[in-house]
Design a protein around this ligand. Structure first.
Ligand SMILES: [Zn+2]
Length: 334
């Protein structure tokens, strides 16, 4: 068996079986919208499913053989019947453009080289701008036989309703903790699996990425700086500069988690229910000095920054503003 053989993740079994059943029965939809939070392995799933569609001799459970000519081409990343569209890395806006969609859909109208399926994946689908999404709609309305379009997103709400209505939705959800913890415990080496799973919002692959002592130490250090802002013991602009090179999405997620935990602490929630229960003491100390209304209103600002993080043309300025605003929370009476 090839090492490239797709390893199904246990929490994706239902989705895999559903699609394989449709495939076997000849009623596979021509467009699928695969959605769910990050860290659940949607991309891996699509890779496995695409290979399964292209494979000349898939197994009874739908897994690709890993050895046929199509699997070989797939593994080399050169299968002519698979196209994977992502935003252009050079593009400042981070959008998927109409030109990209047009060239993709033009090739979709050609017959599959293998005579089987043509597979088109768009990831993340919510990064299509309006013109691109409208162009894709035309293809969805007039599907080419044996072309399967797979749209991946963790923000399905940002897709046009008309796209939603023309795709079959495949939803991915975090597994039960009772199943995820043993799966993680086998793979995690540095940190507590339970804490990592909580920090990852229950997404096991994200939890694995967080199994990095250096990263978690950075998190503790960043929280220390963050909590010094409301008392004026730290300059927000220099702190923002110090955080400049850090993964912006992760940073905003942590920020939101810290603020949510402070709100929960003010409400008297037990520390076992916090995202950052290893940092309870520090969070409690600051929460005690702030009022709930300021925390709630600040949380909305973090959410706003988070939702525009991919399209923000001046992310450093946005971060500075966010930290300045947090410093100002300390001037309000508790
Ligand atoms: Zn094969």
């Amino acid at each position: 068996m090839s090492e490239f053989h797709y390893q199904r993740l246990p929490w994706q079994d239902a989705q895999w079986r559903l699609l394989q059943q449709s495939l076997v029965q000849g009623r596979l939809p021509h467009a699928l919208l695969l959605c769910g939070p990050p860290g659940l392995g949607k991309e891996q799933f699509v890779l496995g499913f695409a290979q399964s569609l292209l494979c000349a001799q898939r197994a009874h459970d739908g897994l690709a053989c890993g050895i046929c000519r199509h699997c070989q081409l797939f593994k080399s990343g050169n299968h002519p019947d698979l196209q994977w569209l992502k935003p252009d890395v050079e593009s400042k806006s981070g959008e998927i453009t109409i030109e990209a969609i047009r060239s993709l859909t033009a090739s979709a109208s050609l017959t599959a080289h293998s005579g089987a399926y043509k597979v088109i994946a768009v990831q993340p689908a919510h990064r299509m701008n309006n013109a691109a999404a409208n162009s894709l709609l035309k293809t969805l309305e007039e599907p080419t036989p044996h072309t399967v379009i797979l749209l991946l997103t963790d923000q399905p709400g940002r897709l046009l309703p008309t796209i939603h209505s023309r795709c079959q939705k495949v939803q991915f959800l975090p597994p039960d903790r009772a199943d995820a913890i043993p799966w993680l415990a086998d793979k995690i080496t540095h940190e507590d699996p339970d804490l990592l799973l909580t920090l990852a919002n229950g997404a096991p692959l994200r939890a694995l990425q967080l199994d990095d002592s250096e990263l978690l130490n950075a998190r503790r250090e960043m929280l220390r700086g963050f909590l010094q802002l409301p008392g004026g013991r730290r300059d927000p602009v220099s702190l923002a500069r110090g955080w400049g090179g850090f993964d912006r999405k992760l940073l905003l997620e942590w920020l939101a988690g810290w603020v949510i935990d402070m709100i929960r602490l003010k409400e008297g929630v037990d520390s076992g229910f916090l995202f950052n229960r290893d940092l309870t003491q520090a969070l409690q100390k600051t929460a005690d000095k702030l009022n709930s209304r300021a925390l709630h209103s600040y949380l909305l600002q973090v959410y706003a920054a988070r939702s525009s993080v991919e399209s923000n043309l001046n992310p450093q300025l946005a971060l500075e503003n966010l930290l300045i605003s947090w410093g100002d929370c300390g001037t309000q009476a508790s």
